[in-house]
Design a protein around this ligand. Structure first.
Ligand code: NAD
Ligand code: MG
Length: 388
């Protein structure tokens, strides 16, 4: 029996993870499930899977969670301390699927307990890549990528020498607005941005796909995860979302990972690694599909990609600032305080204002420095937003 914990169990990745575990309940012992305000779902899943503990990150939801778990034998807990405690409980495999930089501290806690961390929370790698890798190393833990592109790169690298890698190409669907005229983007609404042509995902990552902030985060994640130089990493628009990434080697070969746009592939790969097991995903019929198409990832249409290059060069705490400013800008867009294209301006302006500050280029980062850069960036981004 493998002991598993799911951080962010009520979200899109969390529910897909539960779907896989539910198909083979005898193989797993569920340690902890965590969520937010959706305590009904959290309690139902925790009771069904016989979890030790269910945690909501909101203290105010504890009475509702307790009530929903009454008689189930599952412990109820709430708040940041409880989240870290749950993430630290001995487990063999922990899914990191909280959205945003809020996923960083719980993921680090799981690594400190020596668990294999299946990492969907790309923000951890963007904010604190070196800290994540060093924590894993120091505690004999392992990080497996779950973001589909990074899982694809990881799979293409099996049996290969990283020194022979020339480049990595991360594909992007182009999101909701890939065919819109650029002039129309400024007036795009949150509802329009939150529809994805190929993937069913949480609201925030879907809007980040339309703005390409998601791809920007993924370029930075690629740099940190695989230790590549910024000029070895490219984005490519591939509207069908069938090739998730390609790895180019010194001899000119390109290894592509092709699969259906279903996150249960990458989650299942990380769950069963190093084995491959049968997964309940569609088998592609390439003859029926007929063709795959590609377009350049235009940095004028998607300036977030240009900002990602700056962050990849700067490293240090630039990733934490970039991500936090992006989260604030996204909140403001969802709340209709700023327009769609203004999000990139807010992030660029926040990076500019903070790049002059001491310590932003610190090579050695720890959790306190990252959390403080995250905080300062949020305050600065809010100022930029308020100044219009
Ligand atoms: P989601 O919004 O559907 O779910 C987020 C989960 O995190 C929920 O359980 C929520 O309760 C919890 N949460 C939210 N804020 C929290 C906080 N402050 N503290 C603790 N818990 C909190 O998100 P998602 O789409 O499942 O994405 C989760 C992560 O996986 C993100 O980092 C995203 O970028 C990444 N990812 C998602 C997909 C996808 O297909 N959805 C694909 C690749 C990567
Ligand atoms: Mg992805």
């Amino acid at each position: 029996m493998r002991r598993v914990t799911i951080l962010g169990a009520t979200g899109s990745i969390g529910q897909n993870t539960i779907d896989l575990i539910r198909r083979d309940p005898d193989a797993y012992r569920v340690v902890a499930l965590t969520g937010g305000r959706n305590v009904g779902q959290l309690a139902a899943d925790a009771a069904e899977l016989g979890a030790e503990v269910a945690v909501t990150c909101h203290e105010s939801e504890l009475p509702a969670l307790r009530a929903a778990l009454a008689g189930s034998g599952v412990e109820a807990a709430a708040g940041q301390g409880a989240l870290i405690e749950a993430a630290s409980r001995p487990a063999d495999w922990v899914m990191s699927a909280i959205v945003g930089s809020a996923g960083l501290a719980p993921g680090l806690a799981a690594l400190r307990s020596g668990a294999t961390l299946a990492l969907a929370n790309k923000e951890s790698m963007v904010c604190a890549g070196p800290l994540m890798l060093e924590t894993a190393r120091a505690h004999g833990a392992r990080i497996l990528p779950v973001d589909s592109e990074h899982s694809a790169v990881f799979q293409a690298l099996i049996g290969e020498d990283i020194a022979a890698v020339e480049r990595v190409i991360v594909t992007a669907s182009g999101g909701a607005f890939r065919d819109w005229p650029v002039e129309r983007l400024a007036s795009a609404t949150p509802e329009e941005a939150a529809t994805h042509p190929n993937w069913a995902m949480g609201q925030r990552i879907t809007i980040d796909s339309a703005s390409m902030f998601n791809k920007a985060l993924e370029l930075i994640e690629t740099r940190e995860f695989f230790g590549l130089a910024p000029n070895q990493i490219e984005a490519l628009v591939h509207p069908e979302s069938l090739i998730h990434a390609l790895v180019g080697f010194a001899d000119g070969a390109l290894m592509a990972h092709v699969g259906p746009p279903d996150m249960r592939h990458a989650i299942g790969f990380a769950l069963h690694w190093p084995e491959r097991r049968t997964l309940p995903v569609q088998r592609l019929d390439l003859a029926a599909l007929g063709q795959m198409t590609f377009r350049p990832a235009d940095e004028t249409r998607w300036p977030a990609l240009r900002l990602a290059r700056e962050v990849m060069e700067a490293r240090g705490l630039a990733g934490a600032v970039f991500n936090a400013a992006k989260e604030q800008a996204l909140d403001a867009f969802i709340a209709r305080q700023i327009g769609f294209t203004r999000m990139t301006d807010v992030v660029a302006e926040t990076l500019d204002r903070l790049s002059a500050r001491d310590g932003l280029d610190d090579a050695v980062i720890d959790l306190d420095k990252v959390l403080s850069a995250d905080h300062v960036a949020r305050v600065t981004a809010r100022e930029v937003i308020a100044q219009g």
